[in-house]
Write a protein that binds this ligand. Structure first.
Ligand SMILES: [Zn+2]
Ligand SMILES: [Zn+2]
Length: 429
């Protein structure tokens, strides 16, 4: 078996790995990069025509992958619904099957329906966690894993007597921490290669408390003050939404979500997951003007109407503000203006790296001007070093290849079985 990491040996994001054996070519993830020449990629670059993107290397050169090629890849397995793992699907040939979990597929579809990412067809095949499936010469077993993306998977891939384990993005301190334990317990020991993510190796200053600890801290913070609690986090970070919903419940407050978040939660709940959605106790749906107009003009009014009976108006938010925990984002500034807020706190609960934009900064300055206290409370979606070490120690792979990391060299301290690879260079498994 041969492996090629097209991108990810020295960067976070844009993961794209090929395994090939016995005439089968399998890709693990098809991610869009987060960085270009060391800087975050801006939207102008993303809008360039595909031949430009290929020339710049934003689309890696992979024979038989793209729409404009003769297809020659047998399958792509997607670990989870973060763009740095699926964003290249936009350019992939439609004849190539894409294997993903139901939760991942739903999250991608909701992003497409709401035009948060580009809309394009995917030749989707669903896999079930823990149920092995076949792609050509490969047998692939997906494991549910703890990560900030819902229904994320790690994989064990076998062919011709060789085994590769791919961690995907993972952690051991979220609401599905037991999934990491189960993965470590069940996955094949002494695999030929472990591809392990290492995002946090270079972000050691980022706090890695558990979601449960975060919930307790947030309950304390909210309980200390009387006004409204505003929260900014990703609508698709379900663990975090649950953290704030639980915190609101513990304090007897109403949790107010916007209509987009309501759709995300409802679609995931419909898959049979016990995820809070608008019919749950103490949950209300807010209709921000700009978002609601977008739904009626560009999406479909049914995605707004379905929540009318759970609606909370600006006036009701104004009246009940001391008893509310509310999800917000910068585009809701005008709506919040009408809610006549008098004091309270704003909790920023995402990676700080997203916080520097002028748009975000002007939102936070505006909040500050309304007497709202700005607070940062977050925990990473990625494994802390002790969990990476645990994965290595307990799986005892014959070889470890770091991926999705800015500092692969740091892995050399974790085991003498670590070998560093280079982007685009094929190696034997
Ligand atoms: Zn990632
Ligand atoms: Zn991720």
């Amino acid at each position: 078996m041969k492996a090629t990491i097209y991108r990810g040996t020295r960067e976070i994001g844009g993961t794209l790995i090929e395994l090939s054996t016995g005439g089968t070519r399998l890709l693990l993830d098809a991610g869009y990069p987060l960085f270009f020449n060391g800087n975050p990629i801006d939207d102008d670059v993303a809008k360039l025509p595909s031949d430009e993107l290929l020339k710049l290397g934003i689309l890696p050169t992979v024979a038989g992958l793209y729409q404009w090629d003769e297809p020659n890849i047998d399958g792509i397995i997607i670990s989870h619904a973060h763009l740095d793992h699926y964003g290249l699907l936009k350019y992939v040939h439609l004849q190539i099957p894409v294997y993903l979990s139901a939760g991942t597929k739903t999250l991608i579809e909701v992003s497409q329906i709401f035009k948060i990412c580009a809309s394009y067809p995917i030749n989707a095949r669903l896999f079930k966690m823990y149920e092995p499936f076949i792609v050509g010469a490969f047998e692939i077993k997906p494991y549910l894993i703890d990560h900030s993306a819902f229904d994320a998977a790690a994989f064990e891939i076998r062919a011709e007597g060789k085994t590769v384990i791919y961690s995907g993005d993972f952690r051991g301190h979220g609401r599905k921490a037991v999934c990491l334990d189960a993965f470590i317990r069940q996955a094949t020991k002494k695999a030929d290669v472990l591809l392990s993510e290492g995002s946090m190796v270079s972000r050691s200053d980022e706090l890695t408390i558990s979601e449960k600890e975060l919930e307790n801290i947030v309950v304390d913070e909210i309980g200390k003050q009387n006004g409204i609690t505003l929260v900014q986090t990703s609508s698709q970070n379900i663990d975090r939404i649950v953290t704030f919903y639980r915190a609101a419940l513990r304090l007897g407050r109403t949790f107010v979500i916007d209509v987009y978040t309501a759709n995300v939660l409802t679609e995931l709940n419909a898959l049979g997951n016990n995820i809070p959605c608008p019919s749950y106790d103490k949950l209300k749906v807010f209709f921000p003007r700009r978002l609601t107009n977008k739904i009626f003009d560009e999406v479909n009014g049914k995605y707004a109407y379905r929540f009318s009976k759970y609606r909370i108006s600006r006036e009701q938010v104004a009246e009940q503000q001391n008893n509310i925990v509310m999800l917000v984002r910068p585009s809701m500034k005008n709506d919040l203006e009408r809610c006549k807020l008098s004091g309270g706190i704003f909790i920023y609960s995402m990676w700080q790296g997203y916080r520097d934009s002028d748009y975000q900064q002007s939102f936070e300055q505006w909040l500050d001007g309304r007497g709202i206290n700005l607070i940062y409370q977050h925990t990473s979606g990625h494994a802390k070093v002790s969990d990476i070490r645990r994965l290595i120690d307990e799986l005892q792979p014959k070889r470890i290849v770091p991926i999705h990391t800015m500092q692969p060299d740091t892995f050399l301290d974790y085991s003498d079985k670590v070998t560093l690879q280079n982007d685009g260079v094929t190696f034997d498994v």
